[in-house]
Design a protein around this ligand. Structure first.
Ligand SMILES: [Zn+2]
Length: 540
């Protein structure tokens, strides 16, 4: 702001200005006042000059600036807080802020005047020409009669073809679904019967979407006939129904499916779940794996090994099934090899199925933390008989039946929490307490090693552990005093079949299920667009 002033001061000594900077007033003055000297003023000698307007303005500005600078308009508000000088400064700030805020624009819409003046009469005229009053029941009171250009239709025209998508719901029937989409009962029944002849309708999974094309109605009010219909009936089968020469024909199109099982191996690392998921294992398979192997007992360097049922269709879909094999390797040597076997789908340890052993069978993979006998109860606080032994194990670790038996009780049982009691015949029974979840029902038969529940902390318990008891004729005894003879779980032909299955699973190569499928020649389609035709010629 003061730059101009400096420049003017710098120019003063020379006494004149470049012509371009002379204002009109100066030029006039220059002409009016030639170079003759001014008469000497009375009194003390004062050098006067014919000052131009700009010069006078600069002088005035300098004066004002000097005066304003002595006014101390901008005190530092961080010092002398509360003093008169500070209050004055604060008031100046508030005043300037209010001034700035008063110039704040508001963004209200600009009001525009209507092109024509609208009074009530004009508005009614407009309203009578709108569609809206018709919808509101013509409240303007004007009659809107049809002109001669309007002819009455006998019935509304219909689309000649309808493309629909119908979805098979849970507990739905195939024919019922078609009828819902507008197919006549007779035709829906006929189509359902045609499909039934090829595969059971119950095998079509709920949620299957059916592309449906309905043709022109033969007569007004009659149901539309089915022209075409197509859906994925099974993972390996696409079914189509088409009208050919007036009759419906069923066209099954099998889809090539590769069912090489998916084998995934990898290092456990800090989290087995994360490592296995990162290696490409489906989430459900990892959960089954953890359930079978138990969340405990992994070292960071261990390797997991799993084989999962896996199906890949040539159309690109994949379907992961059940876990068939769960292994743990430590130092490259198998430590656990669990194979799913039997109609109940239980896992069996491959190395132990044919063995007969004797000794204490631990119902859980964990360390014994408390023995049988009198002790101070951790919650109740007084000395009390501890009627079983405790195993410390992580929450969710599977609990196995120590030997074959029948479930005598499964459910909540006071301080035992979730409790399972198995009866093994001969007056012997075993009890398993504090479970987080029970995996068997009352009265069920269980086999030795079968998972009956998972470690938890229900009932009177301070943390996840298994309280395990053994009863003889209804009275608890020390479980350590009893050793079950573990007889072979599988024998004879079943054992041989199991071993063969184990060997077969071991032969699956990791990653074999991910190799690319040979393209299905039937799936190759003639290109429709000319440009694609050119493209495929260049490639082929
Ligand atoms: Zn206990």
């Amino acid at each position: 702001m003061f730059k101009d002033h400096d420049r003017a001061a710098a120019m003063q000594p020379s006494g004149d200005y470049p012509p371009a900077e002379l204002s009109h007033a100066q030029m006039v003055l220059a002409r009016m006042l030639p170079d003759e000297p001014a008469p000497p003023p009375p009194g003390p000698v004062r050098l006067t000059r014919a000052n131009g307007f700009a010069e006078r303005f600069d002088e005035w500005r300098a004066r004002v600036s000097l005066k304003l600078s002595s006014l101390d308009l901008t005190p530092d508000l961080a010092s002398d807080i509360g003093s008169r000088r500070w209050l004055r400064g604060a008031a100046t700030l508030v005043g300037l802020s209010a001034l700035a805020l008063s110039g704040w624009p508001d963004f209200a819409p600009l009001a525009a005047a209507p092109a024509t003046r609208i009074d009530d009469g004009v508005r009614d005229e407009f309203r009578s020409q709108m569609i809206m009053p018709l919808a509101l029941g013509a409240d303007s009171g004007r009659r809107m009669g049809a002109t001669a250009a309007v002819t009455e239709l006998r019935n509304a025209p219909e689309r000649p073809r309808l493309d629909l998508e119908a979805t098979l719901a849970q507990g739905d029937g195939f024919a019922r679904m078609l009828e819902r989409a507008g197919v006549s009962a007779a035709e829906a029944g006929q189509i359902a019967a045609m499909i039934e002849g090829l595969m059971p309708l119950g095998e079509i999974s709920a949620g299957t979407k059916v592309d449906l094309t309905l043709g022109r109605r033969p007569a007004p009010g009659a149901a539309r006939p089915v022209d075409a219909l197509s859906f994925r009936a099974r993972f390996d089968l696409q079914l189509a129904v088409e009208r050919q020469g007036g009759r419906l024909a069923l066209l099954p199109r099998p889809i090539k499916v590769d069912s090489t099982p998916l084998r995934i191996r990898g290092v456990v690392g800090p989290s087995l779940y994360r490592s296995a998921r990162a290696a490409g294992a489906p989430a459900a398979a990892v959960q089954q794996y953890l359930r079978a192997v138990g969340a405990d007992g992994f070292a960071a360097g261990d390797e997991f090994d799993m084989v999962v049922d896996y199906k890949r269709a040539a159309t690109g879909e994949v379907e992961a099934g059940r876990l068939q094999f769960a292994g743990v390797l430590r130092g490259g040597k198998p430590r656990k090899q669990l194979v799913r076997w039997g109609s109940d789908g239980q896992f069996y340890e491959a190395s132990g199925v044919g063995e007969t052993r004797q000794g204490l069978v631990a119902p859980v993979a964990g360390r014994m933390s408390s023995g049988y006998g009198r002790r101070r109860h951790p919650i109740l606080g007084y000395a009390r008989m501890h009627a079983g032994i405790d195993f410390a194990a992580r929450h969710g670790t599977p609990i196995y039946a120590v030997t074959d038996g029948t479930v005598q009780y499964a459910g909540r049982h006071g301080g035992h929490g979730n409790y399972v009691k198995l009866s093994h015949g001969g007056g012997l029974a075993t009890g398993y307490a504090h479970m987080s979840r029970i995996a068997v029902g009352n009265g069920a038969r269980v086999r030795q090693g079968q998972v009956i529940g998972y470690v938890g902390s229900t009932g009177l318990s301070t943390g996840p552990h298994l309280h395990y008891e053994v009863y003889r004729n209804g009275v608890t005894i020390n479980p350590m005093s009893l050793s079950f003879v573990t007889r072979a779980q599988l024998t004879g032909r079943e054992l041989a079949a199991f071993r063969a299955r184990h060997a077969e699973l071991q032969k699956v190569k990791p990653g074999a299920a991910l190799a690319s499928l040979a393209p299905d020649p039937a799936a190759r389609q003639e290109p429709v667009r000319e440009i694609d035709r050119l493209d495929s010629k260049k490639v082929g």
